[in-house]
Write a protein that binds this ligand. Structure first.
Ligand SMILES: Cc1ncc(COP(=O)(O)O)c(C=O)c1O
Length: 456
């Protein structure tokens, strides 16, 4: 189809995360092909996508092995499900593989499949409520997340999410009195003057303890945490923060859910973000890189302690009344199994160990740029936060869209990035990106920052 017809027909779409009126004027970037870390648009222009699409295309944008796995599975068994005592080989193999790969010390014993991170987080929450009802604790239902957390956009997961754009005019968070939010663990903005990381962690822990005290431990069911917060601006918590939060959860019989939708599968260096950040969740949610982003699939792992309660309750009720038509879809499962095999064969962990220092060095160097207040990151995820005043750490007025301007300039120069809250420019390239490609990305970032700075 011609470029013009594609642009005209794009009017058929309601675009996610888009200023819809602006889009009517600007139109889309229409991707038509991918090769390695690059995508090509309908005019043949190439771009390195420094966000791996939506933090997901871990193996780049075309991978013949994943296509072959999908084709084989479609010819063999294009659909089957896991409802009502049915199962299928690829779903079984993927669940077993995930349990084998589960973080050490977590005692995960069952895997539930869904299609997106949002659905998996919704499921986690439903299971937590079901679990506490089963235990005869109907009052223990509140859930705690952090401000700037991102856990998805379905009604429940968007209520856990704490970013203004996901709530405003959607009547969210749900008004159940069950969603509580505590301070985002970003020292740059939230540590007090002179407070070091250890003191900051101590204060965040005290805030959590105080909330538990006020609300009552018998009302709080779970704490949800991304190991590294992604859409909230790539916030790497200070050392010791998540272990400390875990210790508090355990003491008060509060379940800890690791939302590994972005962090899972080597994004932070280890296979799981919870390994890098040193905690052992009771539930773990993963998606995105589980299938290298090539097909929709997400997974929720639960510990045996939780499973045993759910199993008894389902026997009492007569069924476990939850599941999606496409839970554990065999084609998605086959592609996920192939992606997991590729991670090992390509030694993605070793690759990230080599390239992460290169990316982090580029970020650190850009911290000296006049527009950049903070450079942060770990593994192959990071951000540059733009500020109006470095000394006071004051952000620009959001209406000026400073980070969006930098992203536009980057795109004109062949690199796709993403502007997040507080003018944070996020970076989460495909894990297969090479050192030369990283140099290219950050060369363009510098040009874009200079362009925006000189227009001030
Ligand atoms: C940490 C985290 N959780 C959940 C989600 C929601 O996933 P999905 O968009 O697949 O529903 C995302 C999406 O970016 C995410 O980053």
């Amino acid at each position: 189809m011609s470029s013009n017809s594609l642009r005209d027909l794009d009017r058929a779409l309601l675009h996610p995360y888009t200023n819809l009126r602006k889009h009517e004027q600007t139109g889309p970037l229409v991707a038509v092909r991918g090769e390695g870390v690059r995508i090509f648009d309908d005019a043949g222009r190439s771009y390195i996508d420094a966000m791996a699409g939506l933090w997901c295309a871990s193996l780049g944008f075309s991978q013949a092995r994943l296509g072959e796995a999908a084709k084989r599975q479609m010819s063999q068994l294009g659909f089957y499900h896991q409802f009502t005592h049915k199962s299928h080989d690829k779903g079984i193999e993927l669940a077993a593989k995930l349990l084998e790969l589960a973080p050490a010390g977590t005692a995960m014993s069952r895997v539930f499949f869904a299609n997106s991170g949002s659905e998996a987080n919704d499921t986690a929450l439903k299971l937590i409520w079901y679990y506490n009802n089963a235990l005869g604790r109907p009052g223990k239902k509140k859930v705690v997340a952090r401000r700037q957390a991102y856990h998805g956009v379905t009604l429940a997961s968007a209520s856990l999410t704490a970013l203004p754009a996901n709530h405003r005019d959607f009547d969210l968070p749900l008004d159940l009195g069950r969603f509580l939010h505590i301070t985002c663990p970003q020292a740059y903005h939230h540590a007090l003057p002179g407070e070091d990381d250890a003191a900051f962690v101590k204060r965040l822990a005290a805030e959590f303890e105080a909330l538990i005290e006020t609300e009552g431990a018998d009302t709080i069911a779970a704490f949800f945490a991304e190991p590294v917060m992604g859409a909230g601006g790539v916030i790497v918590p200070p050392d010791g923060y998540l272990p400390r939060m875990q210790e508090i959860c355990r003491r008060h019989d509060i379940l800890m859910v690791a939302d590994e939708v972005i962090c899972g599968f080597f994004r932070t260096g280890q296979r799981w973000g919870s390994e890098t950040l040193d905690f052992q969740p009771d539930m773990l949610v993963c998606a995105k890189a589980l299938s290298a982003g090539f097909l929709p699939i997400s997974a929720l792992m639960i510990s045996d302690k939780i499973y045993q309660v759910l199993a008894d309750n389902s026997a009492k009720i007569g069924t476990f009344g939850h599941g999606y038509t496409y839970s554990g879809h065999p084609v998605s499962a086959a592609v996920a199994l192939e992606a997991l095999a590729l991670y090992d064969e390509l030694d993605i962990k070793g690759q990230v160990a080599r390239t992460a220092p290169v990316m982090q060095k580029h970020l650190c160097q850009l911290a000296a740029h006049p527009l950049v207040g903070e450079a942060r990151g770990i593994g192959l995820i990071g951000a540059l936060e733009l500020v109006e005043d470095k000394a006071s750490r004051k952000n620009f007025d959001p209406a000026r869209g400073m980070a969006a301007k930098v992203v536009e300039a980057m795109q004109r120069n062949g690199v796709i990035g993403r502007a997040m809250i507080n003018d944070s420019l996020a970076f989460s390239p495909p894990l297969v990106i090479g050192e030369g490609e990283l140099d290219e990305v950050f060369g363009v970032v510098r040009v874009a920052l200079d362009e925006v700075a000189s227009a001030l």
